[in-house]
Design a protein around this ligand. Structure first.
Ligand code: ADP
Length: 507
């Protein structure tokens, strides 16, 4: 059991939001379609809860089929006619840059909104999510002017003729972008940034659990001066508004971040109209700790890798494999780190870890812990929820696990680490790759040769060495195997929002 605030039952209350955020939450539920704020045609709304208290603090519009249709038509019109269709790349760059500046201007408000909506601490939102979003738009602003085609020699021949051939890149078109609840604003930026740089038009659907920062972003998209219809924002449920967007024949591409199960559904549905699809899905990322490292340093790193954002990270370091010679010391360190984490509401300054996003997630994570226990796992830290309202789960470390247990095989998406020992490098490589996922992995060693020999053997889209969960807008991000299709960030992300056109001219 933890000895800190998390299990004592004396968790502080969630402080009241600032006046400006309270005013924003009190706005009438609305959708952002064709540059205007409108109600859902059905008038239906969805409640939004503070995960730290379980109390409703707002409501958003529940977009139905008609709203989806309106948004797709607005996006199509903006793509094909009007100022966006003729805007220069430099014009798009300037708009994206302006949007980044506006996010920075309103950073404090965004951090508060994100904390109340998702449960994460305002502090984390203010150093990770919000600057992550504005910096992402700034990075992608630069790409707008750097999209290039190629010219090539051909072997075509005709009497008396020559040929000029080249490849042009065009915007893929109208894009539906469906994002999850773990980093709501940053995920919106990861989607909108490259699409807008490439000249696409977008319909963004935030997760029903965390719709607020996307709506606030809508205000800034308008203020920045994006032409009407270039970005549309629909709040609503995944199985209705999300599924309707994916099925809509007017959408050219779907970009999705979320669970592998929903990603598979989306991929199937999108194939009916052969939409382009990019998917960033689940993970069960291994951390491999070689015998040469300092156990305390690695314990700190591993704790950060799994407990950051309460483990609600697709690359969370959720499987720890430590060489037998230092296993006990690393386990002791990571368990002590877990027990010392201060749980509490996100707006409270002393809080180090907030609640999970929803009751559903809390129950799901606790079910996993229970199933691990029943199958013979031992709890080295946490293992339960504090007796406090809100969707908290104590940071948990499980040992005595085996590769068949669901806690080892399945993505838990919560603060639950499974720790295992190894002696043989080949065996640990096999174990690390023994998963349908392949998003991230980390190797902890100071042995340069050992690291370089291991890196190519790990089937994952990102391999970190002596760190974990670090992302950079310039570093491609995405998964092998069932962790997804395509990559975000960098040139490749922008190119995934383009079609390739070959041109052949007889001259
Ligand atoms: P989680 O299971 O962790 O809540 P999901 O993958 O269900 O994550 O959700 C990620 C995003 O996908 C959310 O915006 C959600 O509304 C949306 N979504 C869920 N189901 C569907 C679906 N069938 N079609 C399209 N979008 C969906």
């Amino acid at each position: 059991m933890n000895a800190s605030l998390n299990s004592s039952g004396s968790m502080p209350a969630q402080p009241a939001p600032s006046a400006s955020v309270a005013k924003f939450f009190a706005l009438k539920p609305r959708l952002f379609i064709n540059g205007e704020w409108v109600e859902a045609r059905s008038g239906k709304t969805l409640p939004v809860y503070d995960p730290a208290t379980g109390q409703q603090f707002g409501a958003v519009a529940d977009a139905g089929l008609e709203d989806v249709d309106r948004a797709v038509h607005a996006a199509r019109a903006a793509l094909e006619t009007g100022p966006w269709s003729t805007m220069t790349p430099a014009g798009r760059e300037a708009l994206l840059w302006r949007l980044a500046e506006l996010i920075d201007r309103d950073a404090a408000e965004f951090a508060e909104i994100e904390s109340l909506d998702n449960g994460k601490t305002r502090f984390m939102a203010s150093i990770i999510d919000v600057p992550g979003a504005s910096n992402y738009f700034r990075y992608m602003a630069g790409w707008a002017t750097k999209i290039t085609g190629t010219t090539m020699e051909t072997s075509l021949q005709a009497p008396g003729a020559k040929f000029h051939t080249y490849v042009a890149r065009e915007p893929v078109g109208v894009v539906a972008q469906i994002v999850p609840w773990n980093f709501p604003l940053a995920m919106a930026a990861w989607k909108l940034g490259p699409a807008l740089a490439a000249g696409c038009t977008c319909i963004l659907k935030p997760a029903e659990q965390t719709p607020m920062s996307a709506l606030r972003l809508g205000d800034l998209i308008r203020e920045a001066g994006f032409p009407a219809g270039v970005v549309n924002i629909l709040t609503g449920l995944g199985e209705s508004s999300g599924a309707a967007l994916v099925a809509h024949p007017g959408v050219d591409k779907v970009a999705f971040t979320g669970s592998t199960d929903v990603g598979k559904l989306i991929n199937k549905s999108a194939s009916d109209t052969m939409k382009r699809v990019s998917l960033e899905l689940g993970g069960k990322s291994p951390m491999i700790v070689l015998p040469d490292v300092d156990p305390q340093t690695v314990a700190g790193g591993a704790s950060g890798a799994i407990f950051f954002n309460a483990g609600q990270v697709c690359t969370a370091g959720s499987r720890l494999y430590v060489h037998s010679s230092i296993f006990d010391r690393v386990l002791e360190g990571v368990s002590a780190a877990a027990a010392a984490i201060r749980l509490g509401p996100g707006l409270e300054q002393a809080t180090e870890m907030g609640p999970l996003v929803s009751k559903e997630q809390q129950e799901r994570v606790l079910r996993y812990i229970e199933s691990g226990r029943k199958q013979g796992a031992s709890v080295a830290a946490g293992g339960d929820a504090p007796s406090h309202p809100g969707y908290f789960v104590n940071p948990t470390v499980l040992v005595d696990v085996n590769p068949d247990m669901s806690v080892v095989r399945e993505e838990i998406f919560g603060p639950v680490l499974v720790a295992q020992r190894f002696d043989d490098l080949d065996a640990v490589v096999k174990a690390a790759n023994d998963t349908p996922y392949g998003l991230g992995a980390s190797i902890w060693t100071n042995n340069l040769s050992a690291a370089h020999r291991l890196i190519p053997r790990i089937k994952a889209g990102t391999v970190w060495v002596n760190c974990h969960n670090l992302v950079d807008p310039n570093m491609p991000f995405g998964g092998y195997k069932q962790s997804g299709i395509g990559r975000e960030h960098g040139r490749v992300a922008v190119e995934m929002y383009t079609e390739t056109k070959s041109v052949c001219i007889m001259i």
